[in-house]
Every structure is written in structure tokens, then in C-alpha cells.
Write a protein that binds this ligand. Structure first.
Ligand code: ADP
Length: 610
């Protein structure tokens, strides 16, 4: 029985055990399932997860954690080994601390977990580490990759810094601008698009402040809060009696001022009652606001008024003077016209008189020459000779006066007839040869072959010029020579320009007299007249003739050395039958240098130079 009982008891306890075992197995299965789903959950977490037991050995970790420290992570590994392995891999941000110090600090933190902290691994990954104790003395750690977040944070920080710097700069610039505006000598104000005062300087306020009242508040810069509307500012100003209003009512004045302000057309002036003049310049800004600049131009205006008065006075004086001048010019013109008339009348009278005198003079000379041919005593012959000489001199003088008065009266006409240059010059110089020979002077003429011989022009007037120049040269030369040089300046189909130089080795002409020498009646000095005689008309006539023929006569002279008179003359060219036609004179061929020493008719010599 006992046995039975025992058996019963045994089978009963077996049954209970089996039940218990079953229950335990079921509980284990549930626990394992719960652990597996916990592990699955941990595994699927985005954070790295690790669990250490009370001995600080790794009990569990997920793949994310392994990724962070791979490949050195293993179950049973101690935390210290893990961080040392991270140091070896170069992941741990040891920095300047050194390995041991860094490991010690990390261990300290690990043993006494506090709030979560951030770590930047050397590969650039930012990790947020959160560690906490488990009830059995173990430790659970969660590792979150916050690299992206950190980068965004850094970026945001940079942005904030940049914004702060820009704001500081803008504030500094604004301060500078406000300082500049404030220190400006001009009144300055800015109104916004709705015409409210944004900013203005003290100077601007001064323009609107009378002795009793201030239209604008004392603080000029009201940037933050919109200030008074423009209309109110000007209304207060107009009503204060500070403005002169230009005879308008307050409302009319305000309407006009508002119109100008809204449609700025350029600067204008505002007058204050006290006489101050303000120049107002208004411009629209790009955002529809208005900038107003007020300048005190009272002094300038006063100065301008003074200047205007001065100019008006001067103008009146000038006008008076101009009228006087006009009057005297008219008087002078009348006097000049009268003088010109008188001069023309005088020249005509002289021309007529000279002409009239020449007729009886020719009679005197003719009869004297006839008388010379009759039988006369020596004394009578001397008298007749004197009569002839005096008559010749008188005739020359009359001819000069006649020419001069013709030139003066503009009645001198030049001829254009054919003539041969070398013959003309040869004959002309021949008439002077005796005078040169009497003074022991050599008289010569040089014409190179290229100078054409068959010319069209006025040989009489050319002769007259040459006679005057060579005559003077002989007259004012005591030793040496007188030479006439002809050169070709230029030649075309129709004509040629020749230059004539008359050189002497005579007394020369002082510089001071050279300028006036071509004027009528001018002589180098009065002693010349006493010594050599003459009227001072010859050169004036020669210079006028030369001018008519081609160009102004020029003089190059040195006292004591000699003089050179130069003039150019234009001539027409005649067609020649043979290319090398010769001139009539035996010794003046056109194709050789004609160098002729002119001697008086009886003993004449000439030489050719090729
Ligand atoms: P005049 O009949 O008095 O000679 P000109 O008009 O021919 O009148 O000359 C004016 C003056 O020019 C002369 O009186 C002389 O003083 C000066 N003169 C002219 N030619 C020469 C010269 N070749 N050498 C020096 N003086 C000269």
C-alpha cells in the first residue's frame, strides 16, 4: 500500500513535474521568443546598440554598432579593449590628450554614465553616445550617427555667423551714413513712399525751426518709427510764419509745395521771412520715397545780386563807351574817307601836273639838245650842258612822281608783251655801266641756262626796277662790285617764276632803317641825302612794281658789308621755234651760263661759263 501510495505519490509527483517541466519549457520558449523579438527589434534599430554585463564584457550588439567599430567587435569583448581597438584603428579622436589620458577619460565616463554626449570619430562621423546602467550592474549603450545633423548644425552656425557679421556691417554702415548725414552742412531728409519722414539731420530741422517753436522733434533720426507726414511738416512750417509764402495763402502755398514735392522737376529756391534763401533739391528714390536736400544759399544769392548789379553797372558803362567809340569810329571813318578823297585828288593832281610838266620839259630838253648842236662858245656849251643835266634830273624826278602817284591812285597798269630776258637785262645794265666804271666798280650779271629767255611780261617796268636797284647799288658802293643774279624758282607750261638778286659791296643799311626802306620818301638817314641826294621815291616804286609782278621785295643788308635786294616776278613763256633758240646778243645764249661783266659801250667784254 505504502508502495502503492508511494507509487501513487510518485506518479502523482511525476505528473506534477512533467507539468512543471512543460510550464517551464513553455516559459523558456516564450522567454526565448521574447528575447529573439527583442534582439530583432534591437537589430532593426537605426542606432548602434550594445549591452555589457556587470564585468563590462559585451553581451549583445547589433549590426549598426558593429558597422561603427568593425571588424574588431565580438561577444565577450571588454569595453576597454573595444576603445583601445578604436584607438588602434585611428578612429578615436585622441587629439592632444594622448592615448592613455583619452582612454582613462572615456573609461571614467563609461563607468559613471551621465547625460548623452557627442564624439567625432577621426573618419568624420559624428556619434551621439547614450549610456545607462542596467539593474544587474551591466551597461547599455546607444550609438546614433548624427553626422548629417551636425553638418546641418555647423552650416546653420556658419549662416548665423555670416548673418551676424552682415548685420554688424550694415549697422556700422548705417551708423556711418547717419553720421555723415548729420555732419553734412546741407539739410537732409528722407521720406518713405507714403511720404512719412524716415530720417533727417539737425540741419534739416533747423530750416523748419523758428525761435519759438520746433516743427520737428529734437531727435533727428527716427528710423524705426515712421515720423511726421510731409504735408504736416510743411503745414506746420507755413503756419509758423517762418516762410515768406510769396504772397499766397497757406493752403495755396502748401498745394504748390506738395505738387513740387510729388513731381520733382529740379532744384528751386525757398524764401524765409528773415531773408534766408534755401535751395531745395528733391529726388525720388527707387522705392518711391523722396530725398530732400536743403542748402542755405543766402550768401551766394547776395553775392549773385551784388554781381548782377555790378555787371549791370559795367554793362551800362560799356554801352556808353561803345556808343562813344562808335561815334568816334564814324567820325574817323568820315575823316579817313575825306583824307582818301583828298589823297586821290592829290595823286590825280600830281599825275596830271607831272604829265603837264613833262611836255614843256621835253621842249626844254629838245631845244637844249638842238642848241648843243649849234656853234657855241665854250661858256655857252657849259651852260647848255648844265641845262641838259638839270633837265634830265628834273625829268627823272617828274617820272618818279608820275609813277608814284599812278600807283597811289591805283592807275598803274602792267603790260604783257614778248621780250628777251638776257637782251633786256644786258641793255639795261649797259646804261648804268658808265656810272659803275667811273667809280671803278665791277658790274656783272649772271643768268644760268635753265632760266628761260623768251618771256611775256612788262620789260619796261622790269627795267625800271633793275635801274633803281642797280642805280642805288652803284650810288652807295665805293669799292667792289655790283652783281645781278637771276634764278629760276619754278616753271610750268604757261609761265615761269624768276628771282632777281641785286648784290653790292656798299655801305649797307642799318637794321633800324631796313623796315621803313620801302616806304615812300624814306632814306636810310639824312646824311645820306646830303651826301648822295635823291628823293626816297625810287625804292617805294620798285617795291610796288615788284609786288605787282610776283611778290614782296626783300632786303638783306649789313652796314659796311653790303646789301642784297631780292624780288620774284612771274612771266609768261613764249613758244620758241628751235628748242635751243639763242637770244639776239652774241654772248647770251639760253643754254649756257651767261656771266657778263658789263663795261661801258666802247670797251665791252663778256665771258661765257658753261
Ligand atoms: P633815293 O632816291 O633817295 O635813292 P630810294 O627809294 O631809291 O631813294 O632809296 C631810299 C634810301 O634807301 C636811300 O636814300 C638809301 O639811304 C637807301 N638805299 C637804297 N639802296 C641802297 C643800297 N644799295 N645801299 C645802301 N643804301 C641804300
Amino acid at each position: 500500500m505504502t508502495k502503492n501510495t508511494d507509487t501513487t505519490h510518485a506518479s502523482c509527483s511525476d505528473h506534477t513535474l512533467a507539468e512543471q517541466l512543460e510550464t517551464a519549457l513553455a516559459a523558456q520558449a516564450r522567454a526565448e521568443a521574447a528575447r529573439d523579438s527583442l534582439l530583432d527589434g534591437i537589430e532593426s534599430a537605426l542606432e548602434g546598440f550594445v549591452l555589457y554585463d556587470a564585468d563590462d564584457r559585451m553581451v549583445a550588439f547589433n549590426s549598426r554598432f558593429e558597422e561603427l567599430f568593425s571588424p574588431r567587435v565580438a561577444i565577450g569583448m571588454r569595453f576597454e579593449d573595444l576603445i583601445r581597438s578604436a584607438v588602434e584603428q585611428g578612429l578615436a579622436p585622441v587629439g592632444e590628450l594622448g592615448v592613455e589620458e583619452w582612454v582613462a577619460r572615456r573609461m571614467e565616463r563609461h563607468r559613471n554614465p551621465g547625460p548623452p554626449f557627442k564624439l567625432r570619430l577621426n573618419n568624420g562621423t559624428w556619434i551621439r553616445i547614450s549610456e545607462g546602467r542596467t539593474r544587474d550592474g551591466g551597461l547599455v549603450g546607444a550609438y546614433t550617427d548624427i553626422t548629417e545633423l551636425e553638418e546641418q548644425r555647423e552650416h546653420l552656425e556658419e549662416l548665423v555667423k555670416a548673418t551676424e557679421a552682415a548685420t554688424a556691417r550694415a549697422e556700422a554702415a548705417q551708423r556711418q551714413l547717419l553720421d555723415a548725414i548729420e555732419s553734412s552742412l546741407e539739410g537732409f531728409a528722407l521720406y518713405d513712399a507714403s511720404d512719412r519722414l524716415v530720417v533727417y539731420n539737425s540741419r534739416y530741422r533747423d530750416f523748419f525751426s523758428g525761435p519759438e517753436r520746433a516743427v520737428l522733434p529734437a531727435e533727428p533720426f527716427a528710423v524705426e518709427t515712421p515720423g511726421a507726414p510731409f504735408e504736416l511738416v510743411i503745414r506746420t512750417f507755413a503756419e509758423s510764419g517762418l516762410s515768406s509764402l510769396d504772397g499766397q495763402t497757406v493752403d495755396e502755398w502748401i498745394a504748390q509745395r506738395l505738387e513740387r514735392h510729388r513731381n520733382p522737376r529740379g532744384p528751386f529756391n525757398l524764401k524765409h521771412q528773415d531773408g534766408t534763401t534755401i535751395r531745395v533739391s528733391e529726388r525720388k528714390t527707387s522705392d518711391g520715397g523722396t530725398i530732400c536736400v536743403y542748402s542755405d544759399i543766402t550768401e551766394l544769392e547776395e553775392h549773385r545780386h551784388r554781381l548782377e548789379e555790378l555787371v549791370a553797372k559795367r554793362t551800362a558803362k560799356l554801352e556808353q563807351r561803345t556808343q562813344q567809340l562808335r561815334k568816334s569810329r564814324e567820325e574817323l571813318e568820315r575823316a579817313r574817307d575825306a583824307a582818301e578823297q583828298a589823297s586821290i585828288a592829290k595823286s590825280e593832281f600830281l599825275a596830271n601836273m607831272s604829265h603837264e610838266i613833262r611836255t614843256p620839259m621835253n621842249g626844254v630838253i629838245g631845244i637844249a639838245e638842238l642848241l648843243e648842236g649849234t656853234e657855241l662858245s665854250d661858256q655857252q656849251r657849259r651852260y647848255v650842258s648844265i641845262i641838259l643835266h638839270s633837265a634830265d634830273t628834273l625829268m627823272d624826278l617828274i617820272n618818279d612822281i608820275l609813277d608814284f602817284s599812278k600807283i597811289e591812285a591805283g592807275r598803274l597798269e602792267l603790260e604783257t608783251i614778248p621780250f628777251m630776258l638776257r637782251d633786256t637785262l644786258g641793255d639795261t645794265l649797259q646804261t648804268l655801266a658808265k656810272r659803275a666804271a667811273d667809280k671803278g666798280l665791277e658790274l656783272a650779271c649772271h643768268i644760268p641756262p635753265e632760266v628761260p629767255d623768251h618771256l611775256m611780261g612788262d620789260p619796261t617796268r622790269l627795267r625800271q626796277i633793275i635801274i633803281n636797284l642797280v642805280g642805288n647799288a652803284i650810288k652807295f658802293t665805293e669799292n667792289g662790285e655790283v652783281v645781278v643774279d637771276v634764278t629760276l624758282v619754278g616753271q610750268g607750261d604757261q609761265g615761269a617764276r624768276l628771282q632777281f638778286d641785286v648784290r653790292d659791296t656798299g655801305i649797307g643799311i642799318p637794321d633800324a632803317q631796313q623796315e621803313r626802306i620801302f616806304e615812300a620818301f624814306a632814306q636810310a638817314d639824312t646824311s645820306t641825302t646830303r651826301q648822295y641826294g635823291g628823293t626816297g621815291l625810287g625804292l617805294a616804286i620798285a617795291a610796288q612794281l615788284a609786288e605787282r609782278m610776283g611778290g614782296p621785295m626783300q632786303l638783306d643788308s649789313k652796314p659796311g658789308v653790303g646789301s642784297v635786294f631780292t624780288f620774284a616776278a612771274d612771266f609768261g613763256l613764249r613758244r620758241r621755234k628751235g628748242r635751243r633758240a639763242r637770244c639776239a646778243r652774241q654772248n647770251c645764249a639760253g643754254d649756257v651760263h651767261w656771266w657778263s661783266t658789263i663795261t661801258p659801250p666802247i670797251a665791252r667784254s663778256s665771258r661765257k661759263l658753261s
